[in-house]
Design a protein around this ligand. Structure first.
Ligand code: HAM
Length: 432
């Protein structure tokens, strides 16, 4: 019978790769903690309505990419395609948004039925940051500082570029959309079917068309910028001034509209040219209308999400992860001969107590000296502690040997009780 395989576009993360993920997760959590953000966890499944009402009915995500189904009660549910909607739903449901400021973060899997390719998957993972109750632009800059600090921490700052745009208010976009529809109608014969459909439902998405004929037809189209209200423009100008003062460089991209409907004022993406086609590593902006749109009180909000797979791809291909983070085993304790098991388990445990930051494997499953030593080398450990009894004896071993697992086969012998302190000394770490 054929073996079952994982679903296309949904990846297993194997032990050798999970070390990169752990490194990145630890860095992200350190950074958000430094900025005073607190973690929120919310379900992977929500009512489909939540995503329709927040991301927008006429978006690629809602129209084509959601994993939606009726459950056994007939409720229509969807796997979350992103985190902002669930974060807002959870925070509002539990009263976190009422007259309060909140700085929240989350991480976890998201699901979109897109065409899989490098950097684009059907189950992917995001780190997200959402801030509530502040008008900005100070908070917008703070949120961008969180991302910039992470890039610096990971050694990726020079590979990432911040692109900004101001998309104004929902009202501005409505008026702009009407002007754009009128313009597109005048060129209807030059559009493809997709653009002709979008022209009435979500004309701004026509601007993203990959079809060169459609792009040609767009020449001379009205620009969103001309329709943006004065207050938005002031916010945007101040944001740019604060970013420059904070040393965060950016470029303006008037074509950046984002694929989710809830944004207003500033939107942004951090992009890289190190990943090929899927160059957006982080996207976000303000979404001051979303909480009210979902039935809560009017609450100002902004945030971003980072694609973890894309960041891991960057870290791996640019070799930015320190070797130590990719090597979780430090010491391998062998167990050779009769009646050594009890002492091996005890010594490995004593080393763990003395050196709590080290990874210590206690050999299990018996076997000969050479086989165990080979496992020690293969584990990537720096040291082997060799507990070995040759021949038969009823008494406990008094000594063990330490071998540095490099090309020299030299060993040094010590009293077993002295071994934990000795390995700490050799590895130059402080013993507790
Ligand atoms: P988004 O731009 O749809 O925004 O996704 C954010 C990031 O998730 C992208 O920049 C990308 O790195 C990653 N990503 C998206 N789709 C995929 C995929 N199929 N495979 C791999 N990575 C992917 C949002 O999701 C908003 N909720 C961000 C936000 C938070 N806005 C305000 N707060």
């Amino acid at each position: 019978m054929a073996k079952l395989q994982a679903i296309r576009g949904m990846n297993d993360i194997l032990p050798e790769n999970s070390l990169s993920w752990q490194y990145l997760e630890a860095a992200f959590q350190r950074v958000v903690r430094r900025f005073g953000y607190q973690e929120i966890r919310f379900p992977i499944l929500e009512q489909t309505q939540l995503f329709k009402r927040s991301i927008g009915e006429v978006t690629d995500i809602v129209e084509k990419e959601m994993y939606s189904f009726d459950d056994r009660n007939g409720d229509n549910l969807s796997l979350r395609p992103e985190g902002t909607a669930g974060c807002v739903r959870a925070a509002d449901q539990h009263g976190l948004l009422y007259n309060q400021q909140q700085r929240l973060w989350y991480q976890g899997p998201m699901f979109r039925h897109e065409r899989p390719q490098k950097g684009r998957y059907r189950q992917f993972h995001q780190f997200g940051v959402e801030a509530f109750g502040m008008p900005g632009p100070d908070i917008d800059v703070e949120v961008l500082q969180v991302a910039a600090t992470l890039w610096a921490e990971l050694g990726l700052a020079e590979y990432l570029q911040l692109e900004l745009n101001n998309i104004g208010s929902a009202e501005d976009r409505k008026i702009y959309g009407a002007a754009l529809t009128e313009f597109l109608q005048s060129r209807e014969d030059q559009l493809d079917d997709d653009a002709r459909n979008r022209m009435h439902t979500n004309p701004m998405r026509v601007l993203d068309s990959k079809n060169p004929d459609v792009q040609a037809a767009l020449a001379g189209a009205p620009e969103l910028d001309e329709f943006v209200n004065e207050e938005s423009k002031e916010h945007y100008a101040e944001l740019q001034a604060l970013l420059s003062a904070s040393g965060i460089s950016f470029i303006e991209n008037p074509r950046l509209v984002r694929g989710l409907d809830y944004y207003n004022n500033c939107v942004y993406e951090w992009t890289t040219d190190t990943l090929g086609a899927q160059g957006a590593v982080c996207g976000g902006g303000r979404y001051d209308g979303l909480v009210a749109q979902l039935g809560g009180r009017q609450t100002l909000a902004c945030g971003f999400a980072i694609g973890i797979e894309r960041l891991v791809l960057m870290l791996d291909s640019l070799e930015k992860i320190p070797a130590a983070a990719l090597q979780p085993i430090d010491i391998y304790v062998t167990c050779i001969g009769d009646r050594v098991t009890k002492q091996t388990l005890a010594l490995a445990q004593a080393i763990r107590t003395t050196c709590p930051d080290l990874g210590v494997i206690s050999h299990c499953g018996g076997g000969k000296f050479n086989g165990q030593l080979k496992r020690a080398f293969n584990s990537g450990a720096k040291l082997a502690v060799i507990l070995e009894r040759d021949g038969d004896s009823a008494t406990d071993l008094q000594t063990a040997r330490i071998r540095v697992l490099d090309d020299s086969a030299a060993t040094e012998t010590h009293e077993i009780s002295a071994i934990p302190a000795k390995v700490a000394e050799i590895l130059e770490i402080s013993a507790s």
